[in-house]
Design a protein around this ligand. Sequence first.
Ligand code: SAJ
Length: 408
Amino acid sequence: MIKTVCVVGLGYMGLPTALLLAKEGCNVIGYDVNEKRVSQLQKGDLPFEEKGLAELYEAGKARFTPTTEITTAHHIDAYLIAVPTPFTPDKKCDLHYVESAVKTVAKHLRKGNLVILESTVRPGTTMEVVKPLLEASGLKVGEDLSLAYVSEKAIPGNTLHEMVHNDRIVGVYDERTAELTTQLYSRFVQGKLHVTDCTTAETVKLVENTYRDVNIALANELADICSSKGMNAWEVIQLANKHPRVHVHAPGPGVGGHCIAVDPWFLVEKHEGALIKTARAINDNRPLRVVNFVSELIKTENISHARIALLGVAYKPDVDDPRESPALEIMHLLEQKHLHVKVHDPYVKGMSFPIETNLQTVLDTADIIIIATDHAVYKQNLQLLEGKTVVDTRNVGLRESYLLGRDF
Ligand code: SAJ
């Protein structure tokens, strides 16, 4: 029976998982190398916003110990590693945080421990990288240790609900690991737990996000085809989706976030993957397409010293997360053209450039408004946008605008 779990990495996935386990009665040691984050958490300050997280913190805090140091006094039974896996400039999975986390864990291992990797990794990492690093401790996986790979599946903005209700794929080394791991996740997961081997579980994670990326690329290509033929792609897609086996995704200004724009690269790291790479290229090219249209508009409308308002920095609606956001690339490309850009976002903070939070102020001084993210606040204030020159990349429902997928 697992009583004490050490969650390594208190980020977007590690922290909610740690608190869910604590709420369900586990003693949770929350380990992170980031001293600032740990001292914030010790004081009860949450490092990011997520629906229900503050309440969950209250429910779990009595059994949650954030720390920058693991000690024998913690009596840890299981380690759950949820550290980031960035990608290198040549689009490879950078395992440097995973390796360093596993090495830290290896120093503290005891016979009977379970180690679970949750970070998204290229197929084979658990068996080829994690297992040997753990075994450098002198303990053997399968004899002294249990080893599992369980990917997270939660979507930012609805993380807690999805962590509890989604099915999980549990990749395991052996039967004993299957038993221990499913027992642990059953504490808070109400969805089904599907047991398989570690490499299959790693691959499934990448396939989920690649499926979405390829489908978004299809929607983006359809947007270009429809707009060039004077049709509205949003209507075409809506009608195509009336077919019971068709689910075309939504076109847009590009794919952001730290998963869908990244994970397909891990899947094709050692493969040709022509379709997957083409989808990536299509989606990566979207910000440029938006900016080229805006440049044309400035010319045709003969606007001198155009002032642009960019609405939305977050990569998707109603979250405070700007990672890989297409809005950042749009901003960057506009600035390269020496255009004056004011940025608005109600949620994103701590960027190296100013972000206006008063919508009216931004709109008042703009010649062209680009909607890059469909935050609810924009949809709720469409009247403020009426009569203005709006380039809508998300189909927020304006009566008059230049709409991606219809007008460009
Ligand atoms: N997007 C489109 N068109 C669409 C859907 C999304 O352009 O039809 C864009 C969004 O605007 C956004 C990006 O794609 O910029 C990604 O957003 P998302 O909401 O689709 O996904 P993420 O990255 O927030 O979360 C995904 C989820 N994966 C799947 O839905 C298969 C989540 O379940 C994963 O846990 C997460 O990746 C992850 O961590 O891997």
